[in-house]
Design a protein around this ligand. Sequence first.
Ligand SMILES: [Mg+2]
Length: 272
Amino acid sequence: MEENNQIKNLIIDMDGVLWKGETPMSGLVEFFDTLRRKQKGFVLATNNATKTTDQYVEKLANFGVEIPIFQVLTSSEATAQFIRRQYPARKKAYIVGEIGLQKAMHDQGFDLLEADGFVGAGARADFVVVGMTRHVCYQHLASASYLINHGAMFIGTNPDITLPTEVGPLPGAGSILAFIETATNVTPFIVGKPNEPMFKEALRRLDGNPADTVMVGDRLNTDIVGGHRAGLRTILVLTGISKEEELANVDVQPDWVFQNLIHLAAYLENSK
Ligand SMILES: [Mg+2]
């Protein structure tokens, strides 16, 4: 097979690649200058389901990078669009999640089932959609479980069991999904990385295909494994979660490894 060195499009993870917390990576502005000068298509894709796309556009603007909103894809947006495309006739959804998921579902025209506490006997929904939320309580988990037991489809934004914080890993979306899965004995369908729907939505926005697109990320088990499974070539950047030593112990190897964004930009500068 002929080796394909052309990189036409990039799907780029954000946290650990473009910034760490509130600190932009060195060379961030110049990296986007390179993408534009080399006419690369790109979508910024994150499993984080709590924030809205506007919040990401604003964060990047504060770092000196202007991005049109359609080039930012959260797992919440990917989830809402996936459900709408897959099940256009069904509209009623119950959400366990934060503003990012609420807004994405609302924007796609879903009818959101609202309840202060438990949804109540007799309540029904087409979908229970679950993402990370720091405001979850028993009533939400009970409502979600009740609705799933009464026919709602169980969908998760992303599988991350934990999220990295200043004090170490704390429960993420995957842990909330696990609670409901245990309670209902129903396995959720998950949209975010490493699963394919997220990559498909990004490719759709790029009007690209897997052969000319690369996934850039800092996590071997989501970005690199997911990109590889979706048929993309992959780039690991070593400024986030995964360390170079871990490469010796994984089956799916990235096609390229770069120390940081500056090295990646230099490579793209000289690429086709
Ligand atoms: Mg990351």
